[in-house]
Design a protein around this ligand. Structure first.
Ligand SMILES: *Cc1c(COP(=O)(O)O)cnc(C)c1O
Length: 230
């Protein structure tokens, strides 16, 4: 199936209220343009350098989401144009984003990444860490970020019951934080969960944003020197 056929098919499976983030990491600009022609406007990248190389070559009504692990020294490169940062997983990072956002006179929407998988390698807050940050009022001073919801990645497993329970756990956390800290903030409304292999389950468990790479673009090609072939 072509990129555009995949975009149409996945969109036809989305309930209203769930949006598709096309994860274009390691894909050439031509593939992004093909998805754009099919109507796709939200794209996700996980490396700052790659994102900053591609962004000027693409149409300027694209909404760029950063979905990777963000290093503090690279924040300022994406702050001028990024629409949403999915994977914020420390207070330090929130403060640094706030600082750069203030310099750029922007308010940057962010999602707090929660650790829901059983794998150790996945980044993210535990429920308690997240609750501490929200209840201690640290965020009140950070006027240049806006917390718009939560993001998480399920364990890479074929055990669908496990994946479902991890997504469920994320949704329950979302509802708890909404009720206790964001009741009056309509911006806190996003639950970013679901990738190519598990997005159907994520949708059933209440995802508002699925992040899909290989099911749109096919397998990613990594060149042997680790450089991106633009
Ligand atoms: C790569 C990536 C995706 C997309 O993965 P696929 O399995 O190709 O759909 C989604 N989210 C994050 C955080 C990623 O790094």
């Amino acid at each position: 199936m072509s990129v555009s056929e995949n975009i149409y098919r996945i969109n036809s499976e989305l309930p209203t209220g769930t949006r598709l983030v096309a994860v274009s990491k390691f894909q050439p600009v031509e593939a992004i343009l093909e998805a754009y022609q099919a109507g796709q406007r939200i794209f996700g990248e996980n490396r700052v350098q790659e994102l900053c190389e591609k962004q000027p070559l693409c149409p300027n009504d694209i909404e760029w989401h950063f979905i990777g692990h963000l290093q503090t020294n690279k924040i300022k490169q994406i702050v001028p144009f990024v629409s949403l940062i999915h994977g914020v997983d420390s207070l330090k990072l929130l403060k640094e984003i706030n600082k750069e956002a203030e310099k750029a006179s922007r308010i940057i929407p962010c999602l707090l990444q929660m650790h829901i998988a059983q794998e150790e390698s996945k980044f993210g807050f535990s429920f308690d860490e997240c609750r501490d940050i929200l209840s201690n009022g640290y965020l009140k001073d950070l006027r240049f970020i806006r917390i718009c919801g939560l993001m998480g990645m399920a364990t890479l497993t074929e055990n669908t019951a496990q994946i479902r329970s991890e997504f469920k756990c994320l949704r329950i956390s979302f509802e708890y934080f909404k009720k206790n800290f964001f009741m009056d903030e309509s911006a806190f409304c996003e639950l970013s969960m679901g990738m190519s292999d598990d997005y159907q389950i994520a949708i059933e468990e209440g995802s508002t944003m699925i992040r899909i790479g290989s099911a749109i673009f096919g397998a990613r090609v990594y060149s042997c020197n680790g450089k991106l072939d633009l």
